[in-house]
Design a protein. Sequence first.
Lengths: 304, 308
Amino acid sequence: MSGVGLIGLGVMGGGMAENILNAKIPLVAYDIDATKLAHFASLGAAPATSPADAARQVPRSICMVETTAQALSVITGEDGIVAGASPGHRVACASTIAPQAIHAMHATLAARGMELIDAPVSGGGPGAKAGTLAVFAGGDSATVEAFRDVFGAVADNVFHLGKLGSGMAMKLINNMLIQTSSVAIAEAMIMGRKAGIDPQTIYDVVRVSTGYSVAFERRVPKMIARDFSPGGTLDISYKDQELQTAFAKELGVPLFVANVTQQIYQMGRNLGLGKEDGSALIKLYEHLAGLSDLAPPAAKKTEK
Amino acid sequence: MKVGFIGLGTMGAAMAANLQKAGHELVVHDVRREAAEPSLAAGAQWAQSPRAVAEAAELVFTSLPGPVEVEAVALGDDGLLSGMRRGGAFFDLSTNSPTVVRRIHAAFAKREVYMLDAPVSGGPVGAKTGRLALWIGGDEQIFHRHKAVLDAIGDKVRYIGPIGAGSIAKLVHNGAGYCITAALAEMFSVGVKAGVEPLALFEAVRDGALGRRRTFDGLVDQFLPGKYEPAAFALKLAHKDVTLATQLGRDFGVPMRIAELALAEMTEAMGRGWGNRDSRAMMLLQQERAGVDIKVDQKAIDEALKRA
């Protein structure tokens, strides 16, 4: 069995690394955070000194970093995968990044006889840890096949959606649904509370009614428990919505809902909720509905 | 001829005073008698109820907070309808719902009394100085019959159309005004956060294409005549500009909900292949959704401008 390089050992990459190791696939890992790297070395991963160094040791690499800029640096940057890999090397970009960047990087790699597919994942931190992610792959079929064993170790569902970029498009579609839904859910919950219905009752009723959804199940119990520890933060939702709305602009599709919900995430970030879970949208709406006061200190000062 | 006046709040008291200054004899009523004191001091007669006002006057005005109050005064117990004579006229100066206005109108018409909606625009200062617009909907002959009295209240008295038309004009005016206010708050907040002094920004934009004209003047060139070619400013350029404006919001962390919706609208218009048409072509999309087709004869527009 050929080994795989994994760049990025955060919440998502870390969970994936554990499951790759559990599946006995030889793993060469890299992260800019030496502590994380040491942790996975202790679990059996071979630590690399850079993405290039990792790519030198294996025929295939996965990139699992946070932003488009980071992915560009990891894959096609100076010390990136492309600098160490040999012709024939295959790269799966598992980060959720701009579809345009996928095409640009593919061109760079293709010029050196390397392949790149987009393979963003869905399922969040818990899914990564449990190995129950969904992989949305786009691009060269042979390369998707070449990652079958790795995808099988980290995911329950692997979808090959078609041409390069289609995995990323699929990811943006899915995220757009949960992110716009989360805003709608916060609105509905606050309306219910103002109408005098207990949030737990709203949850119990909606759970067996037509308003139910995965987004509802993810957000509402956390809202009720006032548990805003991050699964997906408002900052990440804002960034994701930026990718969605930018992609739609490129496609010439008017998005009336997603463009506004993105701005609502921005409103939450400005009230200091950026690092909290999407369920903290309820705090934003409590503020908007006059049930609490989250106004930043500067704004409060001028009130009096 | 005595003129009835019900509702002597900030707006009503000032309008009543102007009627008195013009020599009209008033019969007044308000739920708070104290509110009527200035009118009474200036010679008005007090009436115990709207009905008593109606019985004493041939022409009645109301200036009330909203639909609920107008409906009660017009149709309630001891209301206007129970006291007005056949052929009398009732002008409602309140900002009211056109639907409620039409309902009241219908009830009055059954008794052969005229009801017209006549909302005003100009605020408390305008009510005082008489720099006030009155937008009248209803029977046009009755409007002309009482035009001289209306002229004592405001300097811009205009017949708009059938019953409810005045209220519709008022809602369009105020609705547009506050949409623009919300948009200005958004754009100025991002401009200031991005580093421009508020006053410098104000002075700058006031000299711009938009700043140099009155709010509604821009409708004359494309929207009213329905003429979007040739482009005065191409949609594709405007689309680029609003894209840059919303990027400013991203760069400085300012939420821009209104601009994003406007941009989505423009994106939809671009999708129609209208990039080279005038940017105002985006206004056609909303006409489609509403099922209206706005295309005013150019000559009629020119004449309206001459009248203004």
